[in-house]
Design a protein around this ligand. Structure first.
Ligand code: 6R9
Length: 645
């Protein structure tokens, strides 16, 4: 692991919002006096009725309860839109860059206000009321932001489903939160290819009680519209006014649900609420990226993931920033696309994922050298650990050695960034997320939950709440408690392993549960397994992660077939297609190994530890195999490992 240290560049230090001294002072206050600290910073958003209570949180497993600013009222869309209209109405709020490089559009705050009001009235006309859930299944077009803010304006709770999810996954997420309205587009456009969003919605809602499907026209492609259920957004928008009063919401009213994979069972509906989330998303956006008024900020995530929620839409817009929204992919029409867009729109702050960096690094420097990149000031990464090689490439070739890289560790559950450098305060070490943000108290524990001190390695927990923390699993508070608060008493368990060095810097090592991180997207191994065993030819399946050069982790599948079935290459393809169709392309297995048997304990538990080792190619190190019911299966697995070097 690299231990090179990069000090804060002088030009950054000269103008930064927070320097190291200020960081230390603010951090100290944030943990010794959270009430005072957050009471003050809570005022960064506009309240309709100001809060008088700040923090009311308990991690006691018998009574997990998280409330922030609980007697305050506000509206998120008023904070992200209305309050900027008077002061910066003509400033770009969103710069939209289409999949095709010839298409882009600038939406000012004034225009955003008009669009959000319209969209809110269309939702009203569709019968959506405060507290109702609305599922959004849109590509990366401005309507994604309009519809999120429109929900927030009328107090509806949005649940965005990533456009890469299959009809079945979409159906599960629509019925999971009982959405009566779904917002989609005719088709999406990514890398020159069309994504049949409306057709997917048609399959998903067959059999569900969905009242209305609102369809945004994106490509003009041929789609079916069902009378009485499906409406075109542009036709409805023509019929409604562009004034919709923002609804007064309590700080603890739900803002959105976002489904995320866990180690067991179906995806969980992570619930975020209104006040604390907005305070935390906006504050982290400002300080982590050292955002200065007027700067162009670009986060390349999709709004279908939490990064898109907090750092394309809510955080930046609450701050009156200019946020760039990109419809396409990093490699279309060529691997210089990201860098061309940086030049074209004069991007100052650029936030992406290690998997994108690795793939562009592989494409060769000639794609970078064509761009000047001289407006860039701060770079960021998120989603998975970044290997020092990719970090250095990003730092040297994109940041030209002058832009700090903020390696931001956080989760869907945390609402915003928890461990990260601050550009003007933190000396960087490639591969380390460095130090906690204000109010965040990380600790490392051993398997028994004992807190480990000093330079050490352990499981990453958080000792106290911060305003952006999820409040519950939608409709299943018990699952929330079980998943996050039962492993270690009185602590939030992240599911990640982590090392802390002698300088107190944190180095995330990856998931320690049965979640794999494929290109920065979380995938529960249990979900892929249950999809596979639903195939008529599959008797048993076990799924583990293995190191993958581009994706970080790849999906390695061990399959035992039903008696009489032939282990052929065609069947591998069939299984791959099956999972793609069932869950979505992101769950598509990379390697499939047919195994006559899986290693099990005498009580019948699959020994994943061994399967993981084999997939990782470390056969010498299988650990204790004495509890195996049939040790011979392991030899067969090793002999037939896929993709052997
Ligand atoms: C924001 C987001 C969360 C999981 C998390 C961890 C991994 C995220 C990371 C990182 C190392 C970073 N992760 N950021 N690992 N360094 N900077 O990605 O949310 O999709 O819920 O994933 O991603 O394993 O637990 P989410």
């Amino acid at each position: 692991m690299s231990e090179t240290v990069y000090p804060v560049p002088a030009e950054i230090a000269a103008n930064a919002l927070i320097d190291n001294e200020k960081y230390l002072e603010m951090y100290q206050r944030s943990v010794s006096d959270p009430e005072g600290f957050w009471g003050e910073h809570g005022k960064r958003v506009d309240w309709i009725k100001p809060f008088t209570k700040v923090k009311n949180t308990s991690y006691d497993p018998h009574n997990v309860s998280i409330k922030w600013f609980e007697d305050g009222t506000l509206n998120v869309s008023a904070n992200c839109v209305d309050r900027h209209v008077a002061t910066r109405g003509d400033q770009p709020a969103i710069i939209w860059e289409g999949d095709d490089p010839s298409e882009h559009k600038v939406i000012t705050y004034k225009e955003l206000h008009h669009e959000v009001n319209k969209f809110a009235n269309v939702l009203h006309a569709c019968g959506v009321k405060k507290g109702d859930r609305v599922t959004i299944y849109l590509p990366m077009i401005p309507e994604a932001a309009y519809s999120m803010l429109a929900c927030a304006r009328i107090g509806a709770v949005h649940s965005i489903v990533f456009g890469g999810f299959s009809p079945d996954s979409l159906a599960q997420r629509i019925s999971g939160c009982d959405s009566k309205v779904v917002i989609t587009a005719d088709e999406g456009l990514r890398g020159g290819r069309k994504v049949p969003l409306k057709a997917n919605v048609d399959k998903a809602v067959a059999g569900l009680s969905v009242d209305k499907v609102v369809v945004v026209k994106r490509t003009g492609g041929d789609i079916a519209m069902k009378d009485g259920r499906d409406v075109w957004y542009h036709e409805e928008a023509d019929r409604v006014s562009d004034h919709c009063e923002p609804v007064e919401m309590n700080a603890e009213d739900p803002l959105f649900i976002l489904y995320t994979s866990g180690s067991t069972g179906q995806p969980k509906g992570v619930l975020h609420t209104t006040g604390g989330y907005l305070v935390y998303a906006s504050m982290t956006h400002q300080y982590v990226f050292d955002y200065h008024d007027g700067e162009i900020y670009w986060c390349t995530a999709d709004v279908g993931w939490v990064t898109g929620h907090s750092y394309i839409v809510y955080g930046p817009l609450a701050n009156g920033a200019t946020t760039l929204m990109f419809e396409g992919i990093p490699t279309y029409p060529s691997p210089s696309r990201f860098w061309d867009v940086c030049d074209k729109h004069k991007v100052n702050i650029f936030y992406t994922a290690p998997t994108a960096i690795r793939s562009l690094m592989g494409a060769g420097l000639e794609h970078v050298e064509k761009a000047s990149l001289d407006t860039l000031r701060v770079l960021g990464t998120v989603g998975e650990p970044i290997n020092p090689e990719a970090w250095n490439w990003y730092h040297d070739n994109i940041g030209k050695g002058r832009c700090p890289i903020v390696d931001t560790w956080w989760q869907t559950e945390t609402g915003g960034i928890l461990i990260t450098p601050l550009p003007g305060a933190t000396a960087l070490k490639p591969g380390s997320a460095t130090r906690p943000f204000f109010g965040v108290q990380p600790a490392l524990v051993d398997a028994e939950g004992k807190i480990l001190e000093g330079a050490t390695e352990g499981n990453l927990v958080l000792l106290d709440s911060w305003p952006g923390q999820m409040r519950t699993v939608y409709g299943d508070h018990e699952r929330f408690v079980q998943t996050y608060f039962s492993a270690y008493k009185g602590m939030y368990f992240s599911g990640d392993g982590c090392r802390r060095d002698e300088d107190g810097y944190y180095w995330i090592t990856g998931r320690v549960d049965d979640v794999i991180n494929v290109s920065g997207h979380r995938m529960g191994t249990a979900e892929v397994e249950s999809s596979l065993v639903a195939h008529p030819k599959v008797s048993e399946a076990a799924v583990v992660g293995y190191p993958h050069d581009l994706k970080g982790q790849g999906i390695y599948v061990y399959v035992t077939l039903m008696a009489g079935e032939e282990p052929t290459d065609e069947l591998k393809k069939e299984l791959r297609d099956w999972v793609r169709k069932d869950i979505g392309p992101i769950a598509s297995p990379d390697l499939i190994q047919f195994a006559p048997g899986l290693p099990k304990t005498r009580s019948g538990k699959i020994m994943r530890r061994i399967l993981r080792k084999i997939a990782e190619d470390s056969f010498e190190n299988l650990g204790d195999t004495s509890t195996l019911a049939d040790p011979a299966v392991v030899d067969d697995l090793i002999d037939n490992r896929q993709n052997k070097h």
